[in-house]
Design a protein around this ligand. Structure first.
Ligand SMILES: Cc1cc2nc3c(=O)[nH]c(=O)nc-3n(C[C@H](O)[C@H](O)[C@H](O)COP(=O)(O)OP(=O)(O)OC[C@H]3O[C@@H](n4cnc5c(N)ncnc54)[C@H](O)[C@@H]3O)c2cc1C
Length: 459
């Protein structure tokens, strides 16, 4: 059947549903198309379920350390993995159902379930329906990258998606990929009781971060008994009995790692390869990301791309911000741009890493005259009191205009504390304004003014 709408939204990730609601609220008729589960990656196999699992892992860790706090649990701590999964399913399921209900009850909204494909500049097909609109919004997200070497010999492997069905304890989980997804799963399964090996091809974990941050993160993981192998070239993976064998060429350690389960966490690819983009004249880059301008318009004047599929962010908050930009520009002619965003994200291992702005290495490469200060968490009272003293906080400021250039807080509450620096960056404040504020004792944030008092020239 042919149907015309004011707008079509493809995908219900972190931008699509809010945009559909905002446009329908503005009186537009909106078609919403979803291929899989409502809510997309974050809700079903990304942020929400993984952070729920991280919370179970944190509880396990605290229970394992209970004696240090004078708490007697008595028995060795045992995991009930079925309950861990059930808790995760409940939290994630609520969100998924909430998004679905929201979309199905939208005024002026029509939901289509199926695979959307462009068949023209203003036309999209889904199942047997042809939908036409002057405005088409693409929020199709991404999926885990599965390298070719993993697809041979029906090798059993897991991704962040299939990990969602795991309700047992893998005996030995091998994680390939030492970045955000791999590290979060690696630490959580170690805390649940699995033996865990993380294999990273680069010379260090989370290689886009400063070296001291990578080292700090590795120290946290190794202290909990995770084996970290970097400088590893995985050149073959094979089935070995009921498990897997990964042959690695490393600077040290055995060339073969044997495990019961294999998790691939080697990156993500945008869901743009089967979207009929050519029919709509929508360009992609070499990696398949949809090319957009500063206002997220594609090469087709009738189409916009939001979220992970445009390659301008890989986070829930960047996707949601894409929605805010597009909606504000369309409805209020606000002229907002994604390039006004300041980099901000967290790695949710425990303790977490909160990151904003440039790294120290980026500042050096950019040749900016800067000051840097660093403070170990052992000198943060709240961390000492909580018995969580791993990590450090670091800030880099421009020595000319005194603006904050970037910060890394690897430590307890680092994901929250880093926001006070982010706010100052958005406000364009000199660091001295942050330094003079009086903060609540005892908090991690309380030490940020003190940290700023320790600035030294960056060499
Ligand atoms: C394990 C993991 C943990 C993460 N943790 C965090 C975190 O802690 N914090 C954070 O900020 N980010 C996190 N992320 C990233 C975050 O999940 C994504 O950045 C976020 O979901 C934004 O995605 P999106 O809006 O671009 O689309 P997605 O959420 O990926 O949704 C896209 C939707 O489009 C649908 N779709 C795709 N193709 C079609 C089609 N042709 N027709 C119809 N529908 C289609 C899909 O089914 C999906 O529902 C994590 C990611 C992973 C994998």
């Amino acid at each position: 059947m042919n149907s015309s709408y004011d707008a079509i939204v493809i995908g219900t990730g972190q931008a699509g549903p809010s945009l559909a609601a905002r446009l329908s609220g503005a009186g537009m008729s909106v078609a919403v198309i979803e291929l899989g589960k409502f809510g997309g990656t974050c809700v079903n196999n990304g942020c929400i379920p993984t952070k729920t699992l991280v919370a179970s892992a944190y509880a396990a860790r605290l229970a394992q350390r209970a004696g240090e706090y004078g708490v007697e649990i008595g028995e060795p701590v045992r995991m009930d993995m079925k309950r861990v999964k059930a808790r995760k399913d409940e939290v994630s399921g609520k969100s998924n159902k909430g998004v679905e209900k929201w979309m199905r009850t939208l005024a002026n909204g029509t939901v289509y379930q199926g695979h959307a494909r462009f068949v023209g500049k203003k036309a999209v097909s889904v199942n047997d329906d042809l939908l036409i609109a002057d405005r088409i919004f693409i929020n199709v997200g991404g999926r885990p990258l599965v390298p070719e070497w993993a697809t041979v010999d029906s090798l059993p492997y897991l991704t962040n998606v299939s990990m969602m069905d795991v309700d047992f304890l893998p005996e030995h989980l091998i994680v390939i990929g030492g970045s955000y997804v791999g590290l979060e799963f690696g630490q959580m399964y170690r805390r649940f009781g699995s033996q865990v090996t993380i294999i990273e091809m680069a010379p260090r974990l989370i290689a886009r971060e400063d070296e001291d941050v990578s080292q700090g993160v590795q120290a946290v993981l190794e202290q909990e008994g995770i084996e970290v192998r970097h400088d590893a070239e995985c050149f073959s993976v094979s089935k070995e009995g009921s498990g897997v064998a990964v042959n690695v060429r490393c600077t040290s350690g055995s060339p073969k790692v044997l495990g019961s389960h294999l998790l691939l966490a080697v990156g993500r690819v945008p869901n743009t390869d089967d979207l009929g983009l050519e029919a709509a004249g929508i360009e992609t880059d070499q990696r398949g990301y949809i090319v957009v301008d500063e206002q997220l318009r594609t090469s087709n004047p009738n189409a916009w791309a939001l979220g992970d599929c445009n390659g301008k962010g890989a986070f829930t908050h960047t996707s949601y911000n894409d929605y805010e930009i597009v909606a504000d520009n369309l409805l209020n002619n606000a002229g907002r741009k994604w390039t006004d965003r300041i980099t901000a994200y967290a790695l949710f291992i425990d303790p977490p890493l909160g990151r904003v702005g440039m790294t120290e290495a980026e500042v050096k490469r950019a040749g900016i005259q800067a000051l840097v200060a660093k403070r170990p968490m052992t000198r943060v009272a709240r961390a000492v009191e909580k018995g969580e003293t791993q990590g450090f906080m670091k800030v880099v400021v421009d020595s000319g205009n005194k603006r904050i250039l970037g910060a890394s807080i690897l430590g307890t509450s680092g994901d929250e504390a880093v926001h006070s620096l982010l706010d100052a960056m958005y406000a364009g404040l000199p660091y001295t304004a942050v330094q003079r504020g009086v903060r609540i004792h005892p908090t991690v944030s309380e030490l940020i003014p003190t940290l700023l008092g320790d600035l030294q020239p960056l060499r």
